[in-house]
Each structure stands twice: as C-alpha cells, then as structure tokens.
Ligand binder design. Sequence first.
Ligand code: ADP
Ligand code: MG
Length: 251
Amino acid sequence: MDFLEMKDIAVEYDSNGKKLLSLRDISFSVKSNQFVSIIGPSGCGKSTIIKILLGLLKPSLGSVNFSGKPLGFATPKISVVFQNAALFPWLDVLKNVEIALEPLTKDENYIKETSEKFIKIVGIDGFEEAYPRELSGGMKQRVSIARALVTGPDMLLLDEPFAALDVFSAQALREELLDLWESPTIPPDTILMVTHNVDEAVQMSDKIVVLSSRPATVLGEINIDLPRPRNTRSEEFYSVVDSVVKLMSSV
Ligand SMILES: Nc1ncnc2c1ncn2[C@@H]1O[C@H](COP(=O)(O)OP(=O)(O)O)[C@@H](O)[C@H]1O
Ligand SMILES: [Mg+2]
C-alpha cells in the first residue's frame, strides 16, 4: 500500500482579496521506504504541499491519505527540516533537540539520552552546549536534522534543506542523510523532499515528481533505479538529469 497518497489536490490562496491558484490537480504517491522528490521552479507551490502534509493548510479540493486513511484520521509521525534550520536562538544545541521530545514524554533521562544519541548520529557531538549563532550553516542544519529524527518519524519532509548551504557542506550532508536513511536502525523509512535542484533530486531519489510553474500541476514522474551511492559524473546519471530537464521544459 502507498504510505502517502495525494489525489487531485488544489489550493487557492486569498491574496489581498484576490484569488491565487497555487496548486492544481496535484496527484502523486509515496511508498514506504521510498525517497521521493518533488521538483519545480521557485514559487510554484512546493512549500504549499509541505504545509498541507503538516496539517497547517487545508486544500481547497482533493484528498490526502496516509496508509489508506484520510489526513485527520491518520496519525502518521511526520517531521520536517526547512531551508533555514529554524532553531531557537536562545537555546543551546542539546535543548534545541530535546524540545522536540518534550511534548511526547516526561522521562527526562530518556529525553536527554535520546537527544544526545541523535546529536552524535548527525556528527555534532561536542557542540551540545553551543548556541545556534556559534554554528556554521551546515552545523545548524545538522541540529535541525537531529531534532527531526529524535522523535522517530515515519516520514521526514525536507523543504529545500540544502539550498542555503555552500556546495561542500551541502554535498556532505546529502550523502550523510542518504546513509542515515539507508540505515535500518534509524528512522525514518520514507522521505519526501521538495527542491528546485535537478542534480540533487537525481542523486537522492527513487522517484521524482516534476511540477510546472504556478499553478503547479504534475508534468510527469521519473523513476530512478541507479544503485547508490550514485556516480554524479556517470553517463547514466546525466541521462536521468536530461529527462528531468526535458520534462520541466515540456510546457
Ligand atoms: N499564505 C499565502 N497567501 C497567499 N499566497 C501565498 C501564501 N503562501 C504562498 N503563497 C503563494 O503561493 C505560491 C506558491 O508558494 P510556495 O508554495 O511557497 O512556492 P515554492 O515553495 O515552490 O517556492 C507563490 O506564488 C506564493 O506567493
Ligand atoms: Mg518553498
């Protein structure tokens, strides 16, 4: 069964009294253990899809199902990482991670130990007492990933998580995130990433859903079964990049 199914989703924003159609007829699905990317130009409606999945925005039309149950009845555990790490500046690294667990349990030892475990998993142990302002962009994003994973989510949502990083930090973090995802002992099984970076989507995903410019519609899907880690210089890689670019410019 599909883990996530979005069907015929439309979203109309009210922009100063004027109606602005952001999404139109958006349908796609994500299976358990799949890494799916949604790619589309800036402003097409990618973050709008994330807002729907987080329950922050009700679509004007269409349905969202998790494991066959409508959103609202289903209670999948979902975490999100945004482009800007969105950390609390007045809290240190440990506290920024712990805060995700605090609504879920009162067991302070569990909160501390689990948070420390994930801080180590994302490679920033030793910085538990540092404040966000003392960290590089890549390190902040690691904290944000630790905070997203510490609750053991079924699905991780990524909204352009590497877009604000320098190329080296971005590449390192992509590879590490893929390693985490492939590790059987670390959640989540399922990742949905939105991005405007074609190479990034081809490097990471099992499937790419290509959106048009606003109002976003699905131009097509591309399945990628190249083995990982992927050689981003290989002919097979470029050929997938080519087909994504062709699809993106098909309107
Ligand atoms: N709360 C809102 N009210 C009105 N318009 C919005 C709102 N949020 C987003 N939009 C508009 O909807 C479109 C899609 O936005 P968004 O989903 O953020 O795009 P993306 O993430 O692909 O860059 C944009 O034109 C944006 O200006
Ligand atoms: Mg966005």
